[in-house]
Design a binder for this molecule. Sequence first.
Ligand code: NI
Length: 136
Amino acid sequence: MQRITITIDDDLLDTLDQMSERRGYQSRSEALRDIVRRTLAEEATGMAEQRGYGVLSYVYEHNTRELAGRLTTSQHHHHELMVSTLHVHLNHDECLEVAILKGDMAEIQHFSSAMTAQRGVRHGHLQCIPDVMPEI
Ligand code: NI
């Protein structure tokens, strides 16, 4: 680990400190390391033939136009990507699903977009974790 000095304007530093407090970082260093890691993860995700993991989450109404069945069918069509799925019955109508995916990042993104673009699916979110990341 190395110690560096950076120059940053007051407004941006204020914003960094506020974000650090909101997210519970122990120090500016940890906040900055996490920002760099996140940026690298986004960059790596866009690379061709990049492999890794995806954490896909979404909420849907299980009674809407056989949506539950169609989402399950899509998962079976892409069974090679599926590692595990967590299903939570949120209330009478809504379900929360979290799927752990593994494979080609482009395929993971394509599959995730197709799932979350379905009518009746809300709060769709995909977190990408590329396989090859520099150690920082
Ligand atoms: Ni359910």
